[in-house]
Ligand binder design. Structure first.
Ligand code: CP
Length: 326
């Protein structure tokens, strides 16, 4: 029997059980098919989502906003600098007041040590569901779209398939660690073997890695941590390679940049993809540093799933909103 997800928050990847995630994906595929056939689906007519962004976004903003419109509702784009948050409105005010105005509150807040707590504090004061549009620990809606994409490319039964979650070099900025953390938590529940590859200075949060190892053990799948991109990607069905900052090693961005610059050869190119399975796909949440993090040839090549991933943000988030905000 389907669970009633009305009113539920989605802040961490494990907030929804495996069967609740499956329920989200089934609806996401229905909505995707209906959209392809121009069938309207106003499941959230007259409902309004507040989207509060403390950090920039292309895909997340666009997909939540378009998604709400396609569901018959509306999304309000809100930035701290154009509200009274900087003049004293706290998480309690946000939760209490926006929870009464809006049918859902979505928040992106990636500040190290602050973002996840902020989102949880808003949620504890809100009568409407709170959705995490990315914090410093989790990016759950990205991960739902990733899972959806992997199942579309590799089949619904992922047992025996291997995902390489690898660090890659980038020069633009120190990117959050939330995407790899969400991936290593979610994929073992769906039967995937996980290999996590990163240089020693770029670990993920130990608590998250322990939870992921525990989930892998409980689900009878492999979980390995290696310090070589080549070793991580060898034989993989999915190469998910992206940069993240050495946030657990140093809080100093200049020091972080120096550490990052030691590993300029951690790039996804045709040679690296050649180590993976012949039919392996390349995944990245975007934005990517083109020809630095991943070559244009791979990013735009036949094995790249990045645009399908980005599209699936729309369908997966519409399913979450329809189930939690109706
Ligand atoms: N993948 C992702 O979250 O993209 P944006 O930062 O553009 O929202």
């Amino acid at each position: 029997m389907a669970a009633d997800l009305r009113g539920r928050d989605l802040i961490g990847d494990l907030d929804f059980t495996k069967s609740e995630v499956e329920q989200v994906l089934e609806l996401a595929w229905d909505l995707k098919k209906q959209r392809a056939e121009s069938v309207t689906h106003p499941l959230l007519r007259d409902k309004v989502l507040a989207m509060l962004f403390f950090f920039t976004s292309t895909r997340t903003r666009g997909s939540f906003e378009a998604g709400m419109a396609q569901l018959g509702g509306h999304a309000a784009f809100i930035e701290p600098k154009t509200t009274q948050i900087s003049h004293g409105d706290t998480e309690k005010e946000l939760g209490e007041i926006y929870g009464r105005y809006f049918d859902g509150i979505a928040i992106r807040h990636c500040d190290w040590g602050d973002g996840n707590n902020y989102i949880n504090r808003v949620a504890s004061s809100s009568r409407s569901p709170v959705l995490n549009m990315q914090c410093e620990i989790y990016h759950p809606h990205q991960c739902l779209a990733d899972l959806m994409t992997i199942m579309e490319k590799k089949g619904r039964d992922l047992r025996g398939k291997r995902i390489a979650v690898s660090w890659a070099y980038a020069s633009s900025y120190l990117k959050p660690i939330s995407v790899p953390q969400s991936l290593i938590l979610q994929m073992p529940r769906f039967g995937m073997d996980v290999v996590l590859a990163h240089p020693p200075e770029f670990p993920l949060m130990p608590d998250i890695v322990h939870q992921a190892q525990d989930l892998a053990r409980k689900n009878g799948v492999g979980f390995d941590v290696v310090d070589s991109m080549d070793e991580g990607c060898e034989g993989a069905d999915v190469v998910y390679a992206k940069s993240w900052g050495p946030l657990l090693t140093t809080a100093d961005p200049d020091e972080g940049k120096v550490l990052q610059d030691k590993y300029k050869d951690w790039i996804t190119d045709d040679r690296l993809m050649g180590l993976a399975k012949e039919d392996a796909i390349f995944m990245h949440p975007l934005p990517a540093d083109r020809d630095i993090e991943v070559t244009n040839a791979v990013l735009d090549g036949a094995s790249s799933a990045v645009f399908d991933q980005a599209e699936n943000r729309l369908h997966a988030q519409k399913a979450v909103m329809a189930l939690t905000m109706s």
